[in-house]
Design a protein around this ligand. Structure first.
Ligand code: ADP
Length: 154
């Protein structure tokens, strides 16, 4: 049974994140969407809201479960007996940071691999921070986020 961890801040969850989780569910036995408490990143949404939005959205997905973690991702992955960390790649901007992160995680936990799934053309331009900006200016974000998120952003 292959379990993969899909970690993120999900501030908030977008259709881009959903696309990655959904495609991973076709490839692996279980995908754990792991919401980081990320206190250091000062997310706009509270941890409870970010978790609730993921739980509501993924409740209808068969092989996707939602969990949370605080502390080192590699320690969390070990606690779930998962050897694969999944990340999404939108383009060159993501690449540098993701390579650095995966390199450091590999050093911390040599048996843990990071796998990347390329964002779909239809969702690769979506970012949580731009969604937050559009919503703050009163724009309609329902094309970019699942209903549970659009409702809260209203
Ligand atoms: P983090 O703070 O850990 O980067 P994010 O919620 O910003 O958390 O992103 C989680 C993962 O999802 C990252 O690998 C990021 O590159 C990926 N991601 C974010 N938006 C998209 C998108 N539109 N399409 C595909 N992957 C995405």
């Amino acid at each position: 049974m292959t379990v993969v961890i899909y970690p993120g801040t999900f501030d908030p969850l977008t259709n881009g994140h959903m696309d990655i989780a959904e495609r991973a569910a076709h490839l692996f036995d279980e995908v754990i969407v792991a919401v980081a408490k990320s206190a250091g990143k000062s997310p706009q949404f509270s941890f409870e809201d970010r978790l609730a939005m993921c739980e509501e959205t993924f409740s209808v997905f068969n092989k996707v479960s939602v969990d949370s973690f605080d502390g080192l991702l590699v320690d969390y992955a070990k606690s779930k007996s998962a050897k694969i960390i999944l990340r999404g790649l939108r383009g060159a901007t993501d690449l540098d940071f993701e390579f650095q992160l995966s390199g450091m995680n590999k050093t911390l936990s040599p048996t843990c691999e990071t796998l990347f799934i390329k964002a779909s053309d239809t969702t690769s331009s979506i970012s949580s921070s731009i969604v937050r900006e559009i919503a703050a200016m009163g724009g309609d974000v329902s094309l970019f986020v699942p209903p549970a998120v659009a409702m809260r952003l209203k």
